[in-house]
Ligand binder design. Structure first.
Ligand SMILES: [Mg+2]
Length: 282
């Protein structure tokens, strides 16, 4: 829980442009605890012909860790997820800022779809290729050079975008790294954007998708009478919450503002919810 409390403050400094724009137009309402609305949601799940279940990974299904490399799904959680993914009416889709191969290796749930890099790398074969790769690479190398002497700052090459992690960095270092990010954005110009997640800044080409676009894309493949459920804990999930208006959207963790309709306190509650869903669908 400690990690959660601290990490919810971290996205306050910067918000993604899409989130900022949405919240200017419509102020989010207070979400309800998901279990307080359970009978209604269970009814919708029983009636739906298809249930499309979007699950963010870090901070949603597993607790956040100092080192993102240590995060793995536990055995019993994997069993529960596999049973749900195998249900004939359920399509499960993991959606994360991690790279596709990394996400797959950590979750290892058979029968699920995997959307990495906020939906830009997909296990269903649709992977975006973007023309601005060369410039991005130069920007990344420049950042690497600038933060080389800063303790706890880690640059991650994600192929079509790059991330700068600062979870392990002391506060004064974070400030310095932030100004490096501001400078690189200036150098790269308007073809690139910043996405601020939990203890990570990501620089990506403007044409790259986001979790909202990716979720909508998948949902278009389903006929009517579908129920979309989306659970996530991050500012990057807010874009999806805002775009999935008639869906069951769930923000995980402590927060001030959200576009989600419901909330759950931590990954343990998310797993309890998934168990309830399984029992409902039997
Ligand atoms: Mg997350």
């Amino acid at each position: 829980m400690k990690n959660h409390k601290r990490s919810d403050k971290e996205s306050e400094g910067w918000r993604t442009s899409a989130t900022a724009k949405k919240s200017q137009t419509k102020r989010p309402k207070e979400p309800r605890h998901l279990f307080s609305a359970w009978s209604n949601i269970a009814r919708r799940a029983r009636r739906a012909r298809a249930i499309v279940l979007f699950l963010d990974f870090d901070g949603t299904l597993v607790r956040l860790r100092q080192n993102p490399k240590e995060v793995l799904l536990g055995k019993s959680e994997r069993r529960l997820l596999s049973r749900l993914a195998g249900h004939p009416r359920v399509t499960m889709c993991f959606i994360s800022g991690r790279r596709l191969a990394d996400l797959r290796r950590r979750a290892r749930v058979k029968g699920a779809l995997y959307f990495g890099l906020h939906g830009s790398e997909r296990s269903d074969g649709q992977t975006a290729s973007l023309p601005s790769a060369g410039r991005l690479r130069k920007g990344m190398e420049w950042v690497r050079e600038q933060v080389r002497s800063l303790p706890g700052i880690r640059v991650e090459d994600k192929g079509i975008c790059f991330g700068v992690h600062y979870r392990e960095a002391p506060e004064e270092t974070v400030g310095k790294a932030k100004s490096v990010i501001e400078k690189v954005l200036e150098r790269l110009g308007p073809d690139f954007r910043l996405m601020a997640g939990k203890k990570i800044w990501e620089i990506y080409p403007s044409q790259m998708g986001n979790k909202g676009i990716a979720a909508q894309d998948l949902l278009r493949q389903f006929p009517r009478r579908k129920l979309a459920i989306y659970a996530g804990d991050d500012t990057t999930d807010e874009i999806a919450f805002a775009s999935l208006k008639s869906s069951v959207t769930i923000r995980v963790g402590k927060f001030r503002e959200t576009h989600a309709k419901y909330f759950l306190r931590d990954p343990a509650e998310v797993l309890a919810f998934l168990k309830k869903l399984e029992d409902t669908l039997v």
